[in-house]
Each structure stands twice: as C-alpha cells, then as structure tokens.
Write a protein that binds this ligand. Structure first.
Ligand SMILES: NC(=O)c1ccc[n+]([C@@H]2O[C@H](COP(=O)([O-])OP(=O)(O)OC[C@H]3O[C@@H](n4cnc5c(N)ncnc54)[C@H](OP(=O)(O)O)[C@@H]3O)[C@@H](O)[C@H]2O)c1
Length: 322
C-alpha cells in the first residue's frame, strides 16, 4: 500500500511517498481503508522531530474511511462501517490499523470528508469550550487564530454556549471568515495591539478566558487581556514554543490561572470520546456547526499540504485525499 513515511526527521524533504506492506488487524484492532487524512500541526512537529516518534514511521494521526476487516474480539465494528478516528499513528496511508476503542462510527449524513475535517479540531474546540473553561452567557472569550482549523470551530461553539467572542486573525479575508463563524469582534493582530483592543471591547474589564494556540508571539500579551482570576488556555505553539515562565506573573496580573491542555487527556475514556464526538455530530445534523475545508491535496503531494499549513495561508482544514 502507499503511505507517507519519515525515515529521518527534518523539513518537508523528509516526507517520502512510498510502498509499504499492507497493514493487518490484530486482536482488538480494526483495519480501515482511509479516504481522507487530516493534516495537523502535530504532524509537522513529528516530521521535524519536535515530538519524537521511533523511526521510520508513517505520519498522520487523524483519518476517516471504511472498515475493511476486524481482528479477534472486535464486536462493535464490521466491514463496510464508515468510521473516523484521531490520536492513532499512521493515517497518511491507504490502510490503517486502529484500536477498536479509538474508532467512532459515522452517522448517516456525515461524510468521511467532513468527519476527517472535524475530528481532531472539533474535539479540541469542544473540550476547550466546555471543559477546560465552561463558557456561559455573560463570558467573553479571546480566540487567537480565529480563522484557523480549531479557531473557526471554537468561535461557533463559544457562540452556541452563549459567550461573546473576540477573535484575532492576520488578514482581512480571515477576519471575514471569523465573523461568519460568530466572532463578535475581530482584531488584526498583525497590525493592532490586541491587548489594547480587547480591553476596549470589554470596557477595560478583560476577558474570562484566552484560547491561545499561537504561543510564543502572543503569550505575554494574552495574559494582559484577562480579567482578574481569568484563565489562560495555552493549547498550541503555531508561532513557536513559549519560553520558561515565572508563576509569580500570574499573581501580578490578577490571580490568573494557566493551563496547557491537550486533547488526549480530554478523550481519555471511550465514554468521553463518544460523548464529545456525538455532540459534534448532533450539531452538524442540526446545522448548528459547519466545517470549512480549506483544501484537499492528493496523498503524494503531502509536502504541499504541509507547506500551506506552515506558511499561515490556510483558512480551515487541510485534508489529504488518499
Ligand atoms: N492542545 C491540543 O489539544 C491541540 C489540538 C489541536 C491543535 N492544537 C494546536 O492548535 C494550533 C492550531 O491548530 P490548527 O490545526 O487549527 O491550525 P490553524 O489554526 O489552522 O493554523 C495556524 C494558524 O496560526 C496562526 N499563526 C500565527 N502565527 C503563526 C506562525 N508563525 N506560523 C504559522 N501560523 C501562525 C495563523 O493564523 P493567522 O494567520 O490568522 O495568524 C495560522 O493560520 C496548533 O498549534 C496545534 O498544534 C492543539
């Protein structure tokens, strides 16, 4: 089968479109013919070696497709089921082996394309808005990179929960999309001082929560956007990692809370995974949530997909078509 392998970590030249032996399902596993794989920053970090994986490895941790075969002791899935997953290595490939307990069946009406575009970023926006901080009417959230994959979904979910949303983006085109996703105010953080603007939009009060996936470039100023006892959810590092931090700053800036959450800990049990995914699918069916696919790239052109995400030009999800 065809797969994207990394034998030596590095730049996009490390991505190799190659033939590997077909994967096979063992006990408790399901063999999935992947139709679409999600492209995520996580994949770039693995390719670069920032998140180490034993070499060589098949890239990609998010995919949707059809069950081809099941291993012993698998009773919840049969051949032909349409499924999606995230958090399992090897999705940039024609076939992928997935533990049955990490797999989610797709309801009628949700395509494998939509599911692959939604799973990782949708689950992330879900836990951020309903668990890391439980958004409610009366709250204001600052969402950085509001036109990004997570950003567009997070804006919509924050609005579903009744909160006000201030979004930051780098271009006017992205600003329009963030507004469409529900952002009440949008700041061009490449041109404007976003902390000043946030204070202005909140009558100097500050926001209850900042969702910061940008990291190094925004972290310090993000703390200045929070109301006393506000929560900083630093969940990514698209501009680079935040340097070591003195907790005394949290005291000085208003008894703030800081968390660095990650999806795996918010879908740690099958029940939690199914509950969050079920809510995402229900919102799709009720047309309360929409998923924007920025582009679909053939598997063999994976380097182009990585380039687009790294170069900050995407609005929404990048998919690989297998
Ligand atoms: N912790 C978790 O559970 C979790 C889960 C999913 C994703 N993440 C993280 O969340 C972040 C967003 O993921 P995503 O897939 O939705 O990506 P994305 O937001 O679609 O893309 C990244 C965006 O970040 C902004 N950005 C600011 N500075 C940048 C820079 N120097 N280089 C590149 N982009 C920059 C850009 O938006 P503007 O042009 O508008 O600035 C860019 O479009 C990533 O860091 C990812 O690793 C974390």
């Amino acid at each position: 089968m065809k797969a994207i392998r990394v034998a030596k970590t590095g730049g996009r030249e490390a991505l190799s479109y190659t033939d590997v032996p077909d994967a096979r399902a063992q006990r408790g596993q399901v063999l999935v013919a992947i139709e679409f794989a999600g492209v995520n920053f996580f994949d770039i970090y693995q390719r670069e070696g920032v998140y180490p994986v034993p070499l060589p490895f098949t890239l990609g941790t998010e995919g949707a497709g059809t069950v081809v075969a099941v291993g012993a002791d698998v009773s919840d899935f049969t051949a032909g089921d349409r499924v999606v997953y995230q958090g399992v290595q090897g999705a940039y490939a024609a076939l992928s082996v997935v533990p049955a307990d990490r797999l989610v069946k797709l309801p009628d009406g949700v395509s494998t394309r939509t599911a692959a575009a939604l799973m990782l970023q949708g689950l992330t926006a879900h836990y951020l808005s309903s668990s890391t901080y439980i958004l409610k009417a009366g709250d204001t959230a600052l969402v950085h990179a509001a036109a990004g994959g997570v950003g567009l979904l997070l804006c919509q979910m924050a609005k579903l929960r009744g909160a006000q949303v201030i979004g930051t983006v780098s271009t006017k085109a992205k600003a329009a999309l963030a507004r469409e996703a529900g952002a009440d105010h949008v700041i061009l953080y490449t041109e404007q001082d976003f902390a000043l603007e946030t204070k202005r939009f909140t009558d100097n009060r500050g926001v209850e929560v900042v969702y910061d996936s940008v990291g190094r470039a925004t972290f310090d100023q993000s703390l200045n956007c929070l109301a006393p006892r506000g929560l900083m959810a630093l969940f990514g590092a698209s501009s680079g990692a935040v340097p070591p931090f003195n907790p005394q700053v949290l005291n000085q800036k208003g008894s703030l809370y800081l968390t660095r959450p990650t999806l795996a800990h918010y879908v740690a049990t099958r029940a939690e995974l199914l509950r969050r995914a079920g809510e995402l699918f229900a919102w799709l069916a009720e047309k309360k949530l929409s998923v924007r696919v920025d582009r679909e790239v053939p598997l063999k052109d994976v380097a182009e997909a990585h380039r687009a995400l790294e170069s900050r030009e995407t609005i929404g999800k990048v998919l690989l078509k297998i």
